[in-house]
Design a protein around this ligand. Structure first.
Ligand code: ADE
Length: 226
């Protein structure tokens, strides 16, 4: 998989890709991530990437021209499955869309900034708009890092234990069951007996039951989704 990220602040984005699972996925060759600084695609001496909005009002708007140049340059080299725009008014990110994006070959992620981008960018180039939650960030960069983490960990071979990602919370619309590790008794607080029993079918049943109970208590809305 290849991910191209277009941003005015590449330095805000880079460090999550230099640590942990995303770093490992890049080192293993499971994913290639490229950062494109919008300022490199400007045609004026001041490298301006934004301007005031027509009609007046506070806040700057990202210009269409450098975005067009950058996306056109990328598209001249390969086909893209999705061109995603990170924005608080996009579709809320869910495990389901992370699953399907993890199967794509090439994607572009455009990070919004200031007041957003010229609407014509959204109309002409964007195939999918994603929000990571109902709150406003200063830009799409942190959202893009969250989206990439959610996608990259699902690429086959990225997480050592292949079944691990599939047993995460939200797969099957259920939260994950509680997990425990040593010691089995910490200051009198004991691990559930069943987990020490060695009876794996029973343990599996217990986990399913716990996942259901946890979901019912904490996120009953998930049980009503299809
Ligand atoms: N840019 C600003 N706020 C955002 C959000 N909540 N999700 C994605 N991108 C954003």
């Amino acid at each position: 998989m290849r991910i191209d990220i277009i941003t005015v602040l590449p330095e805000l984005l880079k460090s999550p890709f230099e640590a942990s699972i995303m770093k490992r996925a890049i080192e293993k060759g499971k994913v290639r991530v490229y950062f494109h600084n919008l300022r490199d695609y400007t045609s004026n001496a001041y490298k301006t990437v934004d301007d005031y909005q027509f009609g007046g009002g506070a806040g700057m708007v990202l210009l269409i021209e450098p975005i067009d140049k950058c996306i056109s340059e990328l598209k001249s080299h390969r086909e893209y499955d999705e061109i995603i725009y990170m924005t608080p008014d996009g579709e809320r990110l869910q495990q389901r869309s992370a699953n399907s994006l993890s199967l794509k070959k090439n994607i572009i992620i455009l990070c919004g900034h200031y007041k957003g981008v010229d609407q014509r960018v959204r109309d002409l180039f964007i195939t999918k708009e994603i929000s990571i939650g109902d709150y406003v960030l200063s830009g799409g960069e942190l959202g893009a890092a969250v989206l990439c983490d959610a996608i990259i960990r699902l690429i086959p071979g990225v997480i050592g234990d292949e079944t691990s990602a599939l047993s995460d919370s939200f797969q099957d619309n259920l939260l994950a069951p509680p997990v425990y590790t040593r010691p089995s008794d910490y200051k009198g607080h004991k691990v559930p007996e069943i987990l020490l029993s060695g009876n794996f079918p029973k343990i599996e049943n217990w986990r399913e039951e716990q996942a259901y109970l946890r979901t019912k208590n904490l996120r009953p809305d998930l049980l009503n989704e299809d």
